[in-house]
Design a protein around this ligand. Structure first.
Ligand code: NAD
Ligand code: ZN
Length: 381
């Protein structure tokens, strides 16, 4: 594969978003070869995360079209650009929306995964090396999304946004670790860090929230309270160790008061995985004073503002936030894949749907209807 296509433009199928909120169109695109410190991947499986949907809808976000979305995926390196030494054609990899250059202060700090060069940037639609796109249709550039653009049979990424993984790992399963599941798991295990026996609230029971609940179960939480506006989520969530459910719609009082009553003053930890500003504020206000920690994971709208009374903070509550569960993508993701290989985490239960690439719009419909968790899109079908 590499010997015949390396250095050449590849023509392949990609799902292009021409306009906000309009179904994607499968088009033949040209994918330029990788430049310095870039790699070109053949994507085998991709899945849909709510972040793709927010930026495709572009309701509270900066619109940038035409664009190729997609960031949760698994693939194989097709060719590498100049200067790339730690990846070679044939390597099995997971692309990640927030990269790791391994050189900057953040990459060198044990506490941060917010790489100066490659941290998530939802407004940029071009590659860093030359400020241009690698995708085009008849000469018209098509923008990238979060440096990954996995809704294409071939895509070009900065080498720092690519994690090399165990080639024995099934890409149709571990692709969900490239965003949502690692994010939720890490938000709990790396950021909220609940103690054994504690009470954890999870706001939003999609794949990210249920992965956060798995993290709470692994950490030994004794009560895991799931909060969602969609009652359909509760049945699914029982498989993930969620012990109690609260639907804010069933109560007249604010949900943080409902949780405080259920827990004698507040939960020990809460993890917000909704993207709703109201849920973010509730997730903070529902933690116990003195020790409670809230972690925000959901992606807000561009104009959202977080409002709470400062006394809530003075009373010794902590608020934190995270991208990708604080995992460093290249350094840490391979070991998360090993957790799946060693059966410490289960991925199958997160995968509720599967469609062929030509049916990619169905994956959007499932997510918009709040149906299921992750839908795997098979690129070869
Ligand atoms: P999803 O749509 O599958 O799940 C979100 C759930 O939140 C839904 O079940 C929905 O009913 C529920 N919800 C919405 N508003 C609510 C409210 N006010 N109160 C309670 N529940 C509410 O989405 P997902 O793919 O699991 O992603 C969850 C969030 O995490 C999204 O905002 C996504 O953009 C974000 N995300 C962040 C990161 C990161 O690194 N920080 C990574 C991946 C995803
Ligand atoms: Zn995502």
């Amino acid at each position: 594969m590499s010997s015949t296509t390396a250095g050449q433009v590849i023509r392949c199928k990609a799902a292009v978003a021409w306009e906000a909120g309009k179904p994607l169109v499968i088009e033949e695109v040209e994918v330029a070869p990788p430049q310095a410190m870039e790699v070109r991947l053949k994507i085998l499986f991709t899945s849909l995360c709510h972040t793709d949907v927010y930026f495709w809808e572009a309701k509270g976000q900066t619109p940038l079209f035409p664009r190729i979305f997609g960031h949760e995926a698994g693939g194989i390196v097709e060719s590498v650009g100049e200067g790339v030494t730690d990846l070679k054609p044939g390597d099995h990899v997971l692309p990640v929306f927030t990269g790791e250059c391994k050189e900057c202060r953040h990459c060198k700090s044990e506490e941060s995964n917010m790489c100066d060069l490659l941290r998530i940037n939802t407004d940029r639609g071009v590659m860093l090396n030359d400020g241009k796109s690698r995708f085009s249709i008849n000469g018209q550039p098509i923008y990238h999304f979060v440096g990954t653009s996995t809704f294409s049979e071939y895509t070009v990424l900065h080498v720092g946004s690519v994690a090399k993984i165990n080639p024995a790992a099934p890409l149709d399963k571990v692709c969900v670790l490239s965003c949502g599941i690692s994010t939720g798991l890490g938000a709990t295990l790396n950021v909220a860090k609940p103690k054994k026996g504690s009470t954890v609230a999870v706001f939003g029971l999609g794949a990210v929230g249920l992965a956060a609940a798995e993290g709470a179960r692994i950490a030994g939480a004794s009560r895991i309270i799931g909060v969602d506006l969609n009652a359909k989520r509760f049945d699914e969530a029982k498989k993930f160790g969620v012990t109690e459910f609260v639907n804010p719609k069933d109560h007249d009082k604010p949900v943080h008061e409902v949780l405080a009553e259920m827990t004698n003053g507040g939960v020990d930890r809460s993890i917000e995985c909704t993207g709703s500003i109201n849920a973010m504020i509730s997730a903070f206000e529902c933690v116990h004073d003195g020790w409670g920690v809230a972690v925000l994971v959901g992606v807000p709208n561009k104009d959202d503002a977080f409002k709470t009374h400062p006394m809530n903070i003075l009373n010794e509550r902590t608020i934190k936030g995270t991208f990708f569960g604080n995992y460093k993508p290249r350094s840490d993701l391979p070991s998360v894949v090993e957790k799946y290989m060693n059966k410490e985490i289960e991925l199958e239960k997160f995968i509720t749907h599967e469609v062929s690439f030509s049916e990619i719009n169905k994956a959007f419909e499932y997510m918009l209807r709040g149906e299921g968790l992750r839908c795997i899109i098979r690129m070869d079908a």
